[in-house]
Design a protein around this ligand. Sequence first.
Ligand SMILES: C[S@@+](CC[C@H](N)C(=O)[O-])C[C@H]1O[C@@H](n2cnc3c(N)ncnc32)[C@H](O)[C@@H]1O
Length: 209
Amino acid sequence: MGSDETHWNEVYEGRDEAEVSWFESAPERLAALVAAHAAPGDPIIDVGAGRSRLVDLLIARGLGPVTLLDLSKAAVEQTRARLGEDVPGVRFVTADVTGWSPDRGDYAVWHDRAAFHFLVEAADRAAYVDTMQKALRDGGTAILSTFADDGPERCSGLPVQRYAPEDLAAELDALAPRRFRLLATERLTHVTPAGAEQRFQTSVFRHTA
Ligand SMILES: C[S@@+](CC[C@H](N)C(=O)[O-])C[C@H]1O[C@@H](n2cnc3c(N)ncnc32)[C@H](O)[C@@H]1O
C-alpha cells in the first residue's frame, strides 16, 4: 500500500478541496443516513474520510465521538487544521484500513464513501471486512458508498471495483456470512466540481456480531 499512500498524499498536497472529483460541499444525504443510525454519544467512524465535510455536519447535529481514518497523512492533517485543534469528540487516525487494529469495538456506525471501491484485490477486501466486523458493535450499521456498476472505472487515476447494490451485499456475505444484512440501498448521481456525472450506490447494512 506504500505507493497508494504516496499517491493520496500527492493528491491532497497538490489540489485544493474543491479541485478533487469527489468533493461535496455539504454531504447532507450521508449525514442524514448516519444520523438515522446513531444517537448522540454513539461512536462513529468515517473510513477513508479524506477531507470530507461529513464530520462538520455530524458535529452540527450533536453526534459523535467521530473517528476520521485515512491512509493519507496530508488529508488527516488538513482536516485537523480546518476543524481546529479543539473540536471535542473528533479523533484522527492515519492508517491503511486493511491493516488497522480498531481502537474500539463498539462503533455504532462505520461510514465509507469511495474508499472500499479502491480495494481491487480480494485479500484487501477480506482484511477490510474483518476490520469492519471487529470495529462495529452488535447491531451496528455499515454505510458503504461506491461507484455503481454503471459508474466510472477509475477514480483519482486508480482502478476501482464497481458494485451494483446486490453485488456489494453478496460480497460482504461471502466474506462474512450472515454478518451484514442489507437494510436499504439507493443509487445516486454525484456531480463533480468539473460538472461530470458519476453514478454511485449507497448501501446500509445491519451488523450482527
Ligand atoms: C475518493 S476519496 C473519498 C474521500 C471521502 N470519503 C469523501 O467522500 O470526500 C478516497 C479516500 O480513501 C482513502 N483511502 C484509499 N485507500 C485507503 C485505505 N486502504 N485505507 C484508508 N484510507 C484509504 C484515500 O486516501 C482518500 O482520502
